[in-house]
Design a protein around this ligand. Sequence first.
Ligand SMILES: O=C(O)CC1=CCC(=O)O1
Length: 265
Amino acid sequence: MPQITIGGLSFRYLLEGPEGAPVVAFSNSLGATLEMWDALLPALGGRYRTLRYDTRGHGGSETRDAPTEIATLAQDLAGLLNALGLGRAHLVGLSLGGMTVQALASADPARPLSATLMATAASMPSAQTWNERAETVRTQGTAAVVEATLGRWFTAEFSQRAPETVQAIRDHFLACDPAGYAVCCGAIGRMDLRPALSAITAPTLVIAGRDDPSTPPAMAQEICDGIPQAELVVLPRAAHLLAVERAEAAGGYLRAFLDRNTSGG
Ligand SMILES: O=C(O)CC1=CCC(=O)O1
């Protein structure tokens, strides 16, 4: 898979789809990789050029083991789009990826053609909780938190029905660099994007999972309340990693939203 250097760090990415088509860029959640979008992408029907990448410190992307903010993750995404000559794009992120998209869309409102924020939040309690999780992972690896994490990411029903899918996500999570994971925990703990939400002028779709214990629908509602042009969808039978668990449904809402916000769509 290709690598590209942004700000002195090497990032793993995947650019697919017809050249010249509108670009849709995808940003992954904490402890996942660009493969988390595999099941959702077919819903876009080959109409879009899709860019996926591993967030710094995840999968095949490097990180610096130093305090890092969500704004820095947003600069990574902007730098990647610029380096690939892609410019404006529809931005899609889940959880940490959704925080990255909120930060980029508020810092540079002209950048997104639209923003889709899945299972995410503008602030997450509490800094202490995130620091404790970071410390656990630094000292014991991601294995120490994998069971609890998968319990938040998937409903019990889905874990029983799709064990191979869950296993693939588990494998990526276990392979995540502990420092990369911990650095992002610190960024989430310090994050407060709420004052910046009103700067987002792009059409915005917020998708929440009704059964998501990590970023429940109330957090999605808070985002919607802060963004002038936001619409909310709450998916039933969906825990946190709804782009995997409800790939078809989430992909269907995304596709309809993108089509509505693409000229000629
Ligand atoms: O790890 C979790 O359960 C919740 C989470 C917060 C940010 C993210 O990407 O995942």
